[in-house]
Design a protein around this ligand. Structure first.
Ligand code: PLP
Length: 386
């Protein structure tokens, strides 16, 4: 049976060119990049060349990039690091209801520590309103954190506009840009974000590597302390091979972005059309225009999301219900609920996220299997009548 991967928002396969770039940093230049001797210097060269490369791709200074273990760690550092660094100025933070759990649970942690958090609503397409951000900012607000692209429905947030509002009010703005890489060009001289989190494994790089951009002049409290690596902001022996792989993955993503947007976007749109044409009572979730096209999220009324995923799995198709981080639980997606989808409909959601390896054959086969499975589950459901 052919395996069809339609879960690229959860993780992506590591590109073989990335693995090639990493190997010398495990086989030959395996030194500790903090060491003063030759072994350390060899590793450090790979680390700093990668930092320079990533800084040039994003158009920022190399010393504004701090490597971490991934998106989760960067999100935690941005939220908790700002809150604690600025707690004398104020104890209010603003975020949205559709953030990744790495942000939401960091905010919940802060609430338990006596901070005040405003969770902004979104519209039916999953979009945060810049006016809502403006109205929520108070004298004691220190941070606004709004994700760039939502991982469940692909909605692109108005981050540039929000960044302007925040800079006017003297408030830090962090954006979780994990779902952006290779999909939207980012130029950090053209946007006023204070901090931006990313992750390598969502862009065909290795797992366990990411970074946070912190604009020079901004101050965070280090969240992980120890040997003062990464300019004291993130201690821990640096994952040089992973970082070299990340820089390579970003280079490939940028050089192949047009291909990704055109070819993969067209495949996803074709899939969406086929589903909407062949199956009744489907609800497409996401913004009509401000959306990353490779993400296609549907509710199939009367068919339970988890059952759909398991049945697709038996046919060799990997898709996801809600976000991967919350699957295994039967809670409906917090993102769909925030978009006003009723809980019983939200339970029937499936996310198909397309990527480089997908073909038109995958689209046709998957659309056919989805129809079969939805029809069968609905015919067995006591709650569905067409
Ligand atoms: C995957 C993801 C994360 C977590 O990144 P990790 O590197 O897996 O820790 C955070 N935010 C968003 C939007 C994501 O999609």
């Amino acid at each position: 049976m052919e395996k069809i991967y339609l879960d690229h928002n959860s993780t992506t396969p590591t590109d073989t060119r990335v693995v090639e770039a990493m190997l010398p940093y495990m086989n030959e230049f395996w030194g500790n990049s903090s060491s003063l001797h030759l072994f350390g210097r060899e590793a450090r060269r790979g680390l700093e060349e990668s930092r320079d490369k990533i800084a040039s791709f994003l158009n920022c200074r190399p010393d504004e990039i701090y490597f971490t273990s991934g998106g989760t760690e960067s999100d935690n550092l941005a939220v908790k690091g700002t809150a604690f660094a600025m707690r004398e100025k104020g104890r209010h933070i603003i975020t949205s209801k559709i953030e990744h759990p790495a942000i939401l649970e960091s905010c919940e942690f802060l609430e338990r520590e006596g901070f005040d958090v405003t969770y902004l609503p979104v519209d039916e397409y999953g979009m945060v309103s810049p006016d809502d951000v403006k109205n929520a900012i108070r004298d004691d607000t220190t941070l606004v954190s709004i994700m760039y692209v939502n991982n469940e429905v692909g909605t692109i947030q108005p981050v540039d506009e929000i960044a302007e509002i925040c800079i006017d009010k003297g408030v830090y703005f962090h954006t979780d840009a994990v779902q952006v890489a290779g999909r939207i060009p980012v130029d950090l001289t053209k946007t006023n974000v204070t901090m931006m989190s990313t992750s390598a494994h969502k862009v065909y790089g290795p797992k366990g590597v990411g970074m946070i951009f912190v604009r020079s002049g901004a101050h965070l409290m280090p969240w992980q302390t120890g040997g003062h690596h990464e300019n004291g902001l993130r201690s821990g022996t640096v994952n040089v091979a992973g970082i070299v792989g990340y820089a390579k993955a970003m280079e490939i993503a940028i050089s192949e972005m047009d291909e990704m947007l055109n070819r993969v976007g067209t495949l996803a749109e074709t899939f969406r059309m086929k589903i909407e044409e062949s199956i009744a009572d489907v609800k497409f979730n996401g913004h009509p225009t401000e959306r990353v096209k490779s993400t296609v999220n549907f509710c199939f009324k009367g068919a339970e999301g988890e059952a759909l995923i398991l049945n697709l799995d038996m046919k060799g198709i990997g898709a996801s219900s809600g976000s991967a981080c919350t699957s295994g639980s039967t809670e409906p997606s917090h993102v769909l609920l925030a978009m006003g989808v009723p809980p019983e409909i939200a339970q029937s959601s499936v996310r198909f996220s397309f990527g480089r390896s997908n073909t038109l054959d995958h689209v046709e086969y998957t659309a056919m299997v989805v129809k079969e499975v939805v029809d069968r589950l609905r015919s067995m459901s006591p709650f569905y009548a067409d």
